[in-house]
Design a protein around this ligand. Structure first.
Ligand code: TRP
Ligand code: SF4
Length: 333
């Protein structure tokens, strides 16, 4: 079975946009691949180094999000980056052979620093972010890495590093220690938040997987609609309405076209429309909530799942590092 690896930074609770994009994809990949999924807490520190107090709680929450949507610790290895120290060892070795210019030209280096101008990201750790990511991937000799389009330059760098390492430390006839990892490009669906902008924690417009039914309705009820539909008697245009955009993801076709028709003819009001969406969303979210409640009733379960996953990941990482040390010809003591 081919191996898949991916990671998420624990920077906050996951919302339905994540579920419709990366996370749902991770769940499906379990069917076909041997999957390694990890919480990239060291990567989170690259920008959150001065607010590390939230990391432990966010880690716990994100793993609950994963388990609630059906990531299965029996089938996939779920682990914590900072618990597998071999990632750091490999990073040190890779850092010796990585030209600074390769890191400086990664587009996210400049872009993220501009986006986060309020924060001092002129750090060694932030420059090395994609190299740590390379170590994460190749230490498991992963074949495929599900990522969004923003991460493609990181995968390109990982392949360049693999070629350089294989060329430098292993003879041609040995074929190299690491396979070149390929991306599995995940389309990020355009999911609107309650204010009509892209759903995002930083806009405070997100519906979270952990939200209670009441919280979901309290967010949907005042959600932005077609701005031209002011009065109940005004006909609306679903194609200009973020509520309807959410219907497209959650409401089956026939019911959805009824809603659209009702909107265009002012046959239904926006609250009626939102009630339909709420019911459809709840069909998806209620089972996740049940699973999360179960996890919350077993206080040590998340920790136990991570401990088991860490052990499995570490075993694999150690195997690779033993080959790596031999290839680099470090003294074996
Ligand atoms: N950089 C990734 C992101 O922001 C997270 C990540 C860290 C990752 N290490 C990884 C993803 C290894 C895939 C493989 O989404
Ligand atoms: Fe949007 Fe629904 Fe209102 Fe039409 S009825 S404007 S689709 S919320």
């Amino acid at each position: 079975m081919k191996r898949v690896l991916s990671g998420m930074r624990p920077t906050g609770p996951l919302h339905i946009g994540h579920y419709l994009g990366a996370l749902g994809n991770w769940v499906r990949l379990q069917e076909e691949y041997e999957c390694f999924y990890f919480v990239a807490d060291w990567h989170a520190l690259s920008t959150m180094y001065d607010e590390s107090g939230t990391l432990a709680e966010y880690t716990d929450e994100i793993v609950k999000d994963w388990l609630s949507v059906g990531l299965d610790p029996e089938r996939s290895t779920l682990f914590l980056q900072s618990a597998v120290l071999e990632h750091a060892e490999l990073l040190v070795l890779l850092s010796m052979i990585t030209p600074l210019s390769w890191l400086e030209r990664v587009p996210s280096y400049k872009e993220v620093r501009q986006q986060m101008a309020h924060k001092d990201l002129a750090t060694y750790g932030f420059l090395g972010y994609p190299l740590l990511q390379t170590a994460d991937i190749i230490i498991y000799r992963a074949h495929y890495v599900p990522v969004g389009i923003d991460q493609l330059p990181h995968l390109e760098l990982a392949r360049e590093i693999v070629r350089r390492f294989n060329f430098m430390y292993t003879g041609d006839e040995e074929g190299g220690i690491f396979p070149e990892p390929l991306e599995l490009l995940t389309e990020a669906p355009k999911v609107p938040g309650t204010d009509g902008r892209k759903m995002s924690k930083s806009y405070d417009n997100a519906i979270y997987l952990k939200d209670s039914a009441e919280e979901v309705w309290d967010k949907l009820r005042p959600m932005i609609t077609d701005p031209a539909r002011v009065r109940r008697t005004d006909p609306g245009d679903p194609d200009r309405c973020p509520v309807y955009e959410l219907h497209v993801f959650f409401t089956p076709e026939d019911h959805r076209s009824e809603v659209a028709e009702g909107c265009r003819k002012a046959g239904i009001g926006c609250i009626d429309c939102k009630k339909v969406l709420y019911a459809e969303l709840e069909r998806v979210l209620a089972p996740l909530r049940d699973r999360r409640d179960e996890l919350n009733r077993k206080p040590d379960l998340v920790k136990q799942i991570l401990t088991d996953g860490n052990d499995r990941a570490r075993e694999e990482a150690r195997r690779t590092m033993s080959d790596v040390r031999d290839a680099v010809k470090l003294y074996s003591s």
